[in-house]
Design a protein around this ligand. Structure first.
Ligand code: URP
Ligand code: ZN
Ligand code: ZN
Length: 470
């Protein structure tokens, strides 16, 4: 691979905004400066554009088995969609089978990604049974670059683990340099509420939200941080935080100086409980866990992002189609037509994260341009052990670079998106900002509205221990 010179743009990192050329040599950033020259280099004109590090989405579920079906994007369609949206790295979740070694899940997920992924990818491990053997295997995983483990406090009988298991896993990551990522909702309480609603014939999609109250998220979040404190003050990262009650807990523990971290997702910033009231079965589009909250929670989450109580915005990309037969896919959301508890949980978003945060965050002056990069690339890279290889533009870093046109207007729609799913939760929303050229390790993979990369070019990333700075 040769050289590429990106000229005349404004480089934006988490720390700085300045006019400069960026020289890429092979897979790496070689130099940043003014009036750089490079004979024979491919030239990309970035005048009037931002030159930003490729986005890092540390929460995706390509082909996740869930509720009798599989998330509709695989590593090929999902990572190509990610690239169109300016995301050049994902971290996906492998799922341990009950009683099975973690290595088996790792190998299964590597096989799903191999030959398909168009951008680089890492893996977290969802741990479903925390035996002594598995605790020992967690050490091996960390050494082999799978340095984070998701545990669930919800979905009894499927994913949920008890406090003793959580405590043991936290102690272990305190010793081996890994990180626990927590799905924090009180699964026991939710189960009672779900059964009660169904007994009362309350079957519509909105009951998914009404049986998963924000207090159940707040309680589990507080309990998780308390367990992390009892485990010796070990770091804990709460995933897909949606509710003010949960944010309050993050703030409480951070104010006490504990290593408490959390991500939120665009759906919790831009969508709300009102979406469940859409006509017919349309509320199913938004069935995800935790669910969308009443609108007032959005302001609290924006405050959390601005004040760094929330450090990351990921997507929890986990699409399921509304209609059977879309591109040959089987029944997915429709599985819960008569029972909200059977609607597969999850929604699409890997392609729309950067533009939603730019349009609704930066342009609305809720966050700064630099904070946009920090939330979507730099801090995810740091917390997930990928920095400084990924997450910034610096000499020696991977040349994962996006030329971003701040003035380009687009309308989000299932008709034009690249995700393999038949609806877009933001259908019809007009936004400004677009990834016009996308480089992944020095290779132009999106340009002129076309995918120019190759499926399978994405590499598995062995991640290190988290780097916590704030
Ligand atoms: O509804 C969701 N979030 N589906 C994906 C699985 C998870 O809990 O992240
Ligand atoms: Zn989850
Ligand atoms: Zn998830």
């Amino acid at each position: 691979m040769g050289k590429t010179l990106i000229t005349g743009g404004t480089v934006v990192t988490a720390a700085d905004t300045y006019k400069a050329d960026v020289l890429v040599d092979g897979e790496k950033v070689a130099a940043i400066g003014t009036d750089l020259q490079a004979g024979g280099a491919k030239k990309i004109d970035a005048k009037g554009k931002y030159v930003i590090p490729g986005g890092i989405d540390v929460h995706t579920h390509m082909e996740l088995p869930f509720g009798g079906t599989f998330a509709s994007d695989d590593f090929e369609t999902g990572t190509i969609a990610a690239a169109f949206g300016g995301t050049t790295t994902i971290v996906d979740f492998a799922v341990q089978g009950f009683g099975e070694p973690l290595a088996k899940a790792r190998d299964a997920w590597l096989a799903k990604a191999r030959g398909k992924a168009a951008v680089d990818y890492g893996l977290h491990m969802i741990v479903r049974d925390v035996s002594d053997k598995i605790l020992r295997e967690m050490d091996t995983m960390v050494r082999d670059g799978i340095s984070s483990f998701k545990l669930f406090m919800a979905y009894p009988g499927v994913f949920m683990v008890d406090d003793a298991a959580i405590f043991k896993a936290l102690v272990r990551t305190g010793e081996n340099g890994g990180l626990i990522c927590m799905h924090a909702e009180n699964g026991g309480v939710i189960d009672v509420l779900v059964k009660r609603a169904l007994a009362e014939k309350k079957t519509a999609p909105k009951w998914h939200a009404l049986t998963r109250p924000p207090e159940a998220e707040g309680e589990a979040t507080g309990r998780a941080f308390k367990l992390a404190e009892m485990a010796g003050g070990v770091p804990l990262y709460v995933v897909h935080l949606s509710a003010a009650q949960a944010l309050e807990q993050v703030r409480l523990f951070r104010d006490r100086g504990l290593p408490a971290y959390a991500e939120t997702c665009p759906q919790y910033l831009f969508l709300s409980y009102d979406n469940y009231e859409e006509p017919g079965f349309d509320g199913a589009k938004y069935v995800m866990s935790p669910p969308l909250r009443p609108k007032w929670h959005q302001d609290e989450l924006w405050k959390g992002l601005a004040r760094n109580d929330l450090q990351v915005v990921s997507t929890d990309h986990c699409p399921f189609c509304m209609k059977e037969g879309f591109r040959g896919l089987p029944k997915q959301k429709e599985l819960g037509k008569d029972d909200f508890s059977k609607i597969p949980n999850g929604a699409p978003g890997v392609e729309t994260r950067l533009v939603l945060l730019f349009d609704g965050g930066v342009l609305q002056e809720r966050i700064t341009l630099n904070r946009w990069i920090e939330l979507t690339a730099t801090t995810p890279a740091k917390i997930m052990g990928l920095f400084p290889r990924k997450g910034t533009i610096a000499a020696g870093s991977d040349a994962d670079i996006v030329v971003w046109d701040p003035k380009a207007a687009q309308t989000l729609s299932a008709k034009t998106h690249h995700m393999r799913v038949d609806y877009n939760p933001y259908e019809g929303r007009k936004v400004k900002g677009k990834a016009t050229v996308v480089l992944s390790r020095g290779e132009v993979i999106v340009e002129g509205g076309e995918f120019r990369g190759k499926k399978g070019r994405g590499k598995f990333l062995k991640r290190g221990s988290p780097l916590f700075q704030t």
